[in-house]
Write a new protein. Structure first.
Length: 667
């Protein structure tokens, strides 16, 4: 006979001793015996049950209680004793822990306990009193909400099992651990809170965090060395930005073990909020004396979302959680996708927090190489930097895309297709804004500007040059304003973040300002040059504003422009529409104009292999963009006749002056 059956039968024998033949217990007890064993009890008399019948049933109940015979219940009690010693529980508290575990684990024991409670003649404290061999007042003291069993996280108040008469519960992770065959409490701790997998990233992959990363490393190192309680680090940002991976790297940097708390149980089930907090408490108590361990609590926002009645997932007590944050003996790294769902009272108790962003271009290229080595998709080394520049998604998404490509026996085209689909999904089905494309590289000789562009480039490329510089590039469309800005970024070795007005302006009040702030913040974090195309839409003259948000949007731009420490560029075709306050925000105001007569042959040679006809010099309103547009037409039609090319250029020139368009090729 297994130990769990022995314990249930022993409980039945105690009930038989306590109650008489007329009790409701006497009415139900024979069926409990038959549920647990194959024996058939004497039939209960139809009239008033006699003492003689009851003595027979009692005798059977006592005869069926042999000594314990091993089994899982014996393992549960042994492991409960290990937890009791580690947490400093009394004998009564340890026995109560075993009782709750037996109730949750074994149907026979649960059947007897529920049946006895349903009669209304016994209570949970009375049953615990018999099981623990202790008076009821000691049981009530051991099970109170402020007792060691509850404060340790071992025993929880039962909120989820609505049909259960048992007011106490255990987390699924603890329940499974109690069943494990282990030799020591060390084994139980390792089973409940395993070490996180080794990180795949490197410290330098998070160089964009800069001083934030260094401060977190110092903070965590000193907190562990001095065993400082209440130390918490919060990593927040969009999914896939490497929050969990950075937590692993950070723990490795300080020589600590990282153990995850509150994740899925061994059967893949989702723990409740109450269970996640209980596991945090248990882990802190179990590991709190160590100076080489850090806890990881992913998806912090799950604790603070609105309660769901159907899932019975109540929001935790703010007072209780505040106490956890303030007194927790072991450092915790928290992650969340959004801090908007978190109560400010909780956030105020975070020691340090960092917004995680996708890595910058240089770091992305390095990560792409490492991911290619891991997945073996077959992307050529030469193609990786360009792909990393074109796809700015987080490493986790890139890894998923490479896995899809490998499974489909695809290469770089499949990786790009998957990442484009992911970007489209993130934007609610809208495609990302197209990146600028030029058929020919930037040529200084094709720019007609009222400033010495070469001198500016040389000076800003110098090591001792100040990076706090800004540009307003104005002039007709196609004159090369944005192209020069991207060329300047390459010269001085900076990645580019390019924003159009459509990327930033939102129909929701306040969201445009948030988008503007985010753009400047991203550029600062990535060390990137920020380029605003169509800046007149973002910096329109406030004197003509009709709505309050039009003013606040310009104010937001002006505030960030004045304090931004890195180069940024605004381009516009309508400089006269800019707010007057922008005048002092720009270090350089440069006008790009139509190509001069001397530049026209250079532009022709850059796009066409034939010699230019004589009539080219008569055109005064052409830009490099016009030549690029006509070159696309020539390629599409397969026509390289110089006269037809000239006619197309005449059409481009005439469109700007409003004159009639000639009939022919360029129509």
């Amino acid at each position: 006979m297994m130990h769990e059956q022995h314990l249930a039968l022993d409980l039945i024998a105690r009930l038989a001793d306590r109650f008489g033949p007329a009790s409701r217990i006497a009415k139900e007890l024979p069926s409990w015996l038959e549920y647990l064993t194959d024996i058939e009890c004497p039939e209960r008399p139809r009239s008033r049950p006699s003492a003689h019948w009851w003595e027979k049933v009692r005798s059977i109940a006592h005869d069926l209680v042999p000594s314990a015979g091993g089994g899982e219940a014996e393992t549960v009690q042994r492991n409960a004793a290990l937890f009791g010693d580690h947490f400093g529980l009394s004998r009564v508290e340890t026995s109560a822990l075993a009782f709750v575990a037996l109730y949750k684990l074994f149907d026979g024991f649960e059947h007897v306990v529920d049946g006895a409670l349903e009669t209304g003649e016994v209570t949970v404290p009375l049953l615990l009193s018999w099981f623990c061999a202790a008076p009821e007042h000691e049981i009530r003291a051991a099970m109170r909400a402020s007792g060691r069993l509850t404060n340790s996280g071992l025993v929880q108040r039962n909120h989820g099992r609505l049909r259960s008469r048992m007011p106490f519960d255990l987390s699924d992770r603890l329940t499974l651990a109690l069943l494990a065959e282990v030799d020591s409490i060390v084994d139980l701790i390792a089973l409940m809170f395993p070490r996180a997998a080794a990180p795949e990233a490197e410290w330098r992959d998070f160089e964009a965090l800069g001083r934030d990363a260094d401060l977190m490393r110092d903070l965590l190192s000193h907190a562990l060395a001095k065993r400082r309680p209440g130390m918490h680090i919060l990593l927040y940002g969009p999914p896939g930005t490497g929050k969990t991976e950075f937590a692993k790297v950070l723990a490795r940097e300080v020589g600590a073990e990282l153990r995850a708390v509150g994740e899925t149980d061994d059967e893949g089930g989702e723990p409740s909020r109450q269970e996640r907090l209980a596991e945090l408490t248990m882990a802190s108590r179990m590991l709190g004396q160590r100076s080489d361990t850090v806890l990881l609590f992913d998806e912090m926002e799950d604790l603070f979302a609105a309660g769901n009645f159907f899932l019975s997932r109540p929001t935790p007590s703010k007072v209780h959680f505040n106490r956890i944050l303030e007194t927790n003996p072991i450092p915790v790294i928290w992650t969340t996708n959004s801090v908007k769902a978190c109560d400010p009272a909780f956030l105020r108790r975070i020691s340090y927090s960092v917004l995680m962003r996708p890595p910058s271009g240089r770091v992305r290229a390095r990560i792409w190489r490492r991911l290619e080595e891991r997945h073996g998709v077959g992307i050529p080394d030469a193609a990786l930097p360009e792909m990393a520049e074109r796809h700015d998604q987080a490493p986790a998404l890139v890894s998923d895309a490479m896995e899809v490509a490998r499974l489909c026996n695809g290469g770089e085209a499949v990786v790009s297709q998957v990442l484009d689909a992911a970007a489209r999904l993130a934007k609610g089905g809208a495609d990302s804004a197209p990146r600028h494309y030029s058929e020919v590289p930037w040529q200084q000789g094709l720019a007609r500007a009222d400033a010495d562009l070469g001198r500016i480039e040389t000076r800003l490329a110098a090591r001792d040059a100040s990076r706090r510089v800004s540009f307003c590039l104005e002039g007709p469309a196609g004159t090369g304003k944005s192209a020069w800005a991207r060329h300047l970024a390459r010269v001085i070795g900076m990645p580019v973040i390019e924003k159009r007005a459509s990327d930033l302006i939102s129909k929701w009040v306040g969201e445009s300002e948030q988008n503007i702030a985010q753009a400047f913040s991203d550029a600062r974090a990535d060390g990137a040059m920020l380029i605003f195309d169509e800046a007149d839409s973002l910096l329109a003259d406030r004197r003509g504003a009709e709505r309050s948000w039009e003013v606040s949007q310009v104010n937001e731009m002006l505030t960030w422009m004045e304090s931004h420490p890195l180069p940024f560029v605004c381009t516009t075709n309508f400089v006269e529409k800019l707010d007057p306050a922008t005048q002092r925000r720009f270090t350089f105001r440069i006008r790009f104009d139509f190509l001069s007569i001397d530049q026209l042959p250079l532009a022709w040679a850059a796009h066409f292999s034939c010699s230019p006809p004589a009539g080219l010099s008569a055109l005064t309103g052409l830009t490099p963009g016009d030549f690029a547009n006509v070159a696309r037409k020539v390629q599409a039609l397969g026509d390289s006749d110089p006269e037809e090319i000239l006619r197309a250029l005449i059409c481009e020139d005439a469109a700007k002056t409003g004159t009639a368009r000639p009939i022919g090729f360029g129509r």
